[in-house]
Design a protein. Structure first.
Length: 68
């Protein structure tokens, strides 16, 4: 999520102005990283981190398995 300009990867805030208009702006203070890998059992895993103003704000580890 480290794009440099509007429209590139990153966080965007969308706000409805009225029934036919929305306002969108890019939130540069949030940076997110997702690292996907396969564990030794063949399960897809993800390490997900988020930084706000350069400081750690969120760290998640999870496994993704198909449903039956």
């Amino acid at each position: 999520s480290e794009g440099k300009r509007f429209g590139e990867p990153g966080f965007y805030r969308v706000q409805r102005v009225d029934a036919s208009r929305v306002r969108v702006w890019r939130v540069r203070s949030l940076v997110e990283h997702l690292r996907f890998h396969e564990d030794r059992n063949g399960v897809l895993c993800c390490e997900h981190t988020m930084r706000f103003w350069g400081m750690p704000a969120l760290a998640l580890s999870y496994r993704l398995r198909p449903t039956a």
